[in-house]
Design a protein around this ligand. Structure first.
Ligand code: 3PG
Ligand code: MG
Length: 395
């Protein structure tokens, strides 16, 4: 993939517009509960500032109604956190699409939630042209939003004098490409989470690429059903067992495995107080829920991961938020961390698990993206990346 990079461009005195993904989780009072995306956006902003650019940063936050800035959608807390991290003021500018605000070389402003601008979601050309006129260099550093064709992620890149990728965008693309294009083998994917339906296309795409596929969470339950096993009253999608069978066949025909749990951790209900019982997978009762993999399964999976060349991980193996159902996800996290494989992990829950188990330093690359990470793994062209490539090719 070829695109211009911010770090290769002359920036002194230039007006640099950075589209970042600062869409971070907040609590009910608006406090930031997790600021990885803000921290990950610092290198691009700092680089532009050090190079003497006049820097504008924007992002979406949540899914506001266009044309209406509610206080819950404001980037104010994000600007404040960014100011702390940069150690310099970051004024917040509202109603900015038509310009009329000042930013000097060596200074940075934050432009209020770009999804409040009318036309943003629809990738509107008129809005994009106005925004492009605000800058000399347009930078997309928002890999987390690269799967959206919106005015600040896509159309704007067509009209800005120069359009390039920021360092986070470049690093994400490089890490994912390394994991998928010429992976050291065996390539093992771990796909967990609640539903097969939300990850069916990714499972099907991965089935063709990977040597082994580890399924977890509610997804595993549908695979257990497909394999003829019992799951009691666990979350599953029986209508998708046919798809699950196809995925298992594709991998087995290549000599790979889709290991299903041999033991599981069950409870009668899903709650913080629920009493956990470990048992062979074949003994799951009609009134039980499978909420984690058992220790024997964890050991089997860890053994498989030990010999991996590349590991791609999205989604937990159990309900790791509750300690009595965290053992499986913890064991797999440790196995990924301990493996010599190049490992890459992405998605909000996966990153939360990695942080909870304190193994972030031992993962090859942790993506800041959720949906974009999955679509990239599926092999889809992400619109925000494609437009940067087209601009570079047209030079
Ligand atoms: C995300 O959190 O996945 C990205 O910021 C994209 O947000 P969206 O799903 O609202 O487009
Ligand atoms: Mg989201």
């Amino acid at each position: 993939m070829t695109f211009l990079r911010l770090t290769d461009l002359p920036l002194a005195g230039k007006r640099v517009f950075i589209r970042a993904d600062l869409n971070v989780p907040q609590d009910a009072a608006g406090n930031i509960t997790e600021d990885t995306r803000i921290r990950a956006s610092l290198p691009g902003i700092q680089h532009a500032l050090m190079a003497g650019a006049a820097v504008m940063v924007t992002s979406h936050l949540g899914r506001p109604t266009e044309g209406k800035l509610e206080s819950a959608d404001s980037l104010a807390p994000i600007a404040e956190r960014l100011a702390q991290l940069l150690g310099r003021p970051v004024p917040l500018v509202r109603n900015w699409a038509d310009g009329g605000f000042q930013v000097k070389p060596g200074e940075v402003v934050m432009l209020e939630n770009c999804r409040v601008n009318k036309g943003e979601k629809k990738d509107d050309e008129a809005l994009a042209r106005k925004m492009a006129a605000l800058c000399d260099v347009y930078v997309n550093d928002a890999f987390g939003t690269a799967h959206r064709a919106e005015a600040t992620t896509h159309a704007m890149a067509k009209f800005a004098p120069v359009a390039c990728a920021g360092p986070l965008m470049a690093a994400e693309i490089e890490a994912l490409t390394r994991a998928l294009e010429k992976p050291a083998r065996p390539l093992i994917a771990i796909v967990g989470g609640a539903k097969v339906s939300t990850k069916l296309t990714i499972l099907a795409a991965l089935a063709r690429k990977v040597d082994h596929l580890i399924v977890g969470g509610g997804i595993a339950n549908t695979f257990i059903l497909a394999g003829g096993g019992a799951i009691g009253k666990s979350l599953a999608e029986p209508e998708l067992t046919g798809e699950a069978k196809k995925i298992m066949e594709i991998i087995r025909e290549k000599g790979g495995e889709v290991p299903l749990p041999t033991d599981v951790v069950c409870a009668k209900e899903l709650s913080a107080q629920a009493r956990a019982v470990t048992k062979p997978a074949k003994d799951v009762g009609a009134d039980e829920l499978i909420l984690d993999i058992g220790p024997e399964t964890s050991r089997t999976l860890a053994g498989l991961l030990e010999h991996a060349g590349t590991i791609v991980w999205n989604g937990p193996l159990g309900v790791f938020e509750f300690e009595q159902f965290a053992q499986g996800t913890r064991a797999i996290a440790r196995a990924v961390a301990g493996s010599k494989a190049f490992s890459i992990a992405g998605g909000g829950e996966t990153v939360a698990a990695i942080n909870q188990f304190g193994i972030a330093g031992e993962i090859g690359y942790i993506s800041t993206a959720g949906g974009a990470f999955l679509e990239f793994l599926e092999g889809k062209k992400l619109p925000a990346i494609e437009i940067l490539e087209q601009r570079a090719a047209a030079q």
